[in-house]
Write a protein that binds this ligand. Structure first.
Ligand code: KG4
Ligand code: ZN
Length: 325
């Protein structure tokens, strides 16, 4: 079964065709990063206008590159949330129009769930249960996945998400936007020599990253940071130590088969390396291009929803604050 996936929840206009939830036939991403970089962050109104300009050409390119025709497709999967309302609307309305005109099933997909499904791309089967760490610009969730579409959220962030913390730290250190890759790059020139706090929130699997961000800000304001590279490396080490320690603790506690890492922050080399090093179980993590926002993961997730008969009508609406469970 071939599914067309469409993703417009944030600042990437993306489309992909994926076969049987695993084999990518085409994966196109039109990034708006350079446009938003001028403003130091995402401007929602600019994002939705840009999606409007890009979405049709990106879908057409995807279909051509995949070498399929509309009649080869079994469904249209589209992100309904969480994300920016105006941006989500663009993808959902285009998906509805295609589903109606081509007589194809419409499948609304949760963006967070799709980040987990990036792990199925290129893999045929993963035995359940698994523990998933989803770390993106808006979320840091530790999730027990008991089966397809079956989630128990064990921990989530109480304030800033991991990616958001990276973006704010980069702003504090004047490293530009997006912050995650900028912090990682600067860190390579430094050492994690500056002591920064870790919020362990004992007895809970939740995360909190606003304290470490504020501690960094105070040091910069007090003129106590002589090396931006050391500050970046220290910040990165602090955030990653907490993510890894808490994920490993959950993996030990629960009788799971594997640990799945995903979301934009999962493209961070140190996080990948440290989790693999400390996890008692096999860690699966998609290649970096499938960790950040893409539509292949939407199509993969859509395939499993379609298989379970979970399709939507043309009344499908966006859900900007959608939760995983
Ligand atoms: O999953 P994603 O592409 O979009 C959302 O769903 O939010 O995640 C974007 C987030 C941004 O906050 C970005 O700074 C962060 O992922 N990120 C990284 C890296 N690459 C992207 N954080 C740390 N290290 C990276 N290499
Ligand atoms: Zn995302």
């Amino acid at each position: 079964m071939k599914i067309l996936g469409i993703e417009t929840s944030c600042d990437e206009t993306a489309a992909a065709v994926v076969e049987d939830g695993t084999r990518i036939l085409s994966n196109q991403i039109a990034s708006q990063v350079e446009i938003h970089a001028r403003y130091g962050g995402i401007v929602p109104e600019v994002a939705s206008r840009q999606h409007l300009l890009s979405v049709i050409p990106v879908i057409e390119r995807t279909i051509t590159e995949a070498g399929v025709s509309w009649k080869d497709l079994s469904g249209i999967a589209v992100t309904v949330g969480p994300g920016l309302a105006g941006s989500l609307l663009v993808g959902v309305n285009v998906a509805k129009a295609i589903a109606l005109s081509r007589g194809l099933p419409l499948i609304g997909v949760n963006h967070l769930e799709a980040h987990i499904y990036a792990n199925w791309l290129g893999e045929n089967s993963i035995d359940f249960p698994v523990v998933c760490l989803i770390v993106s610009g808006g979320h840091s969730d530790l999730v027990l996945m008991k089966g397809h579409g079956d989630y128990l959220v064990l921990g989530r962030t109480r304030d800033d998400a991991a990616g958001e913390a990276f973006d704010k730290a980069a702003r504090i250190l004047d490293l530009g936007y997006p912050g995650g890759p900028a912090i990682e790059k600067a860190s390579r020139q430094g050492t994690a020599s500056i002591p920064l706090p870790r919020a362990w929130l004992k007895g809970s699997h939740d995360f909190s990253f606003s304290g470490v961000k504020t501690a960094l800000l105070r040091l910069v304001e007090a003129g106590k940071v002589s090396s931006v590279a050391d500050a970046a490396a220290s910040f990165q080490a602090a955030v990653i130590e907490v993510l890894v320690t808490k994920t490993v603790a959950v993996a030990r506690e629960r009788r799971v088969k594997k640990v799945l890492l995903s979301g934009g922050v999962a493209s961070n080399g140190l996080l990948r390396e440290q989790l693999i090093k400390h996890s008692p179980l096999t860690v699966m993590v998609p290649p970096p291009i499938l960790c950040t926002d893409n539509a292949a993961m939407i199509a993969a997730c859509g395939y499993y929803r379609l298989r379970a008969g979970r399709i939507d009508g043309l009344g499908l609406d966006v859900a900007p604050s959608l939760k995983l469970a």
